[in-house]
Ligand binder design. Sequence first.
Ligand SMILES: *Cc1c(COP(=O)(O)O)cnc(C)c1O
Length: 433
Amino acid sequence: MRTWRGPLSPHSTPRWRTEGARGAVAMTPSWMEVLRSRLDALDAQHLRRTRRIVEGGCASQMTVADPAGPRPLLAFCSNDYLGLAAHPAVAEALVRGVRAVGAGSGASALISGHHRAHERVEERFAALLAPHIPRCRALLFGTGYLANTATIAALADREAAIFSEALNHASLIDGVRLSPAARHIYPHADLAALGAMLRASTARQKIIVTDAVFSMDGDLAPLPQLLALAEEHGALLMVDDAHGFGVLGPRGAGALAHFALRSENLVYVGTLGKALGVSGAFVAAHANVIEWLVQRGRPYVFSTAPPPALSYGLEAALDIATGVEGDALRGALAGHVARLQAGLRVAPWCPLPSTTAIQPIVIGDNAGTMDAAAALFERGIWVAGIRPPTVAEGSARLRATLSAAHTPAQVDELIAALNALSPRARGHDEPHR
Ligand SMILES: *Cc1c(COP(=O)(O)O)cnc(C)c1O
């Protein structure tokens, strides 16, 4: 007979004991038993995640597979902030690229995978960020995850210290983990704490790492003050603008443009699968930083270059995002953000005071959050429920994201559904816990 001995945690290893003739004998569980018990623990904590199958493209109206047949939904969960993922001009350019240069790049960039199309789009990113970074160069990556891990691990060696914001994206955290540098985590937006850590550090090189727009809260990092601290301490300031590039600042040039910053201490990461609607990422920085990444950014050096055809799509998306059409799309998005903030009365849930496309409603517990997401889904509205470890324990939330592809009427539908679902509207006085 087997009895349970271990704590019920997704990361603990279960220990079974077999009661035999000679008493309890410790027995090592098989891999499959270990994984089964970890998955059971996820279920017990309402942390099991599932994927829905999207039929067709990414748009404000999406269709997902359902046992009862394809299901149309009004979607508020993509990061396609400008609606470029389904833009005909972007899709056309991609097709043109595939016809011109085929499917794959064939090799890593340093072998033979760096094509003319990659070079062209890198020059465009460098030109866009040049007002903010002296001697600006840009380097294209397959994803933001690769760009972040490559950059931190390549820059921060044993002699360095990394100062990392507490709410940073997982890809930045993993970059920190790949580096042998000393690491300091400063509390969210706490400039005094960061200043004290920088003063106390005796490291030869220092690098501050932060999201520009916090991906689960929607607020902006205090970049001007962070840059002042960086310059005071001779530190680099690495800014991950995954949710700002294409959206913030004049021409959608991102958070550095929004705050009108300029410094050779800035290392900027823009991702291209969100507002740009395609895929990939770039790092823009002083030529010396970029050249070092080409030499020593392991995820850059040892990974196949992205398909060159993607760069055709990226150029088209960049034309739109940085032009007058982009201005109109950003205007529409800002209108939706203001509309949602004004219309939400979901007390006692607390909508965060975000001014960006990321509009989170913190509910707290995991089951309550997933119940709320399921109730919205039943009404034909798709909003992601976000649980730990993506957010802190006890701060599970609905994360609604807005896009220029939405109409004001669609935003009103979301507002009505959220207001109808709030516990107060349903006659509860207590927080939904
Ligand atoms: C999405 C995201 C990334 C990762 O970018 P991908 O291109 O999706 O790999 C990095 N940082 C932040 C803040 C993000 O939201």
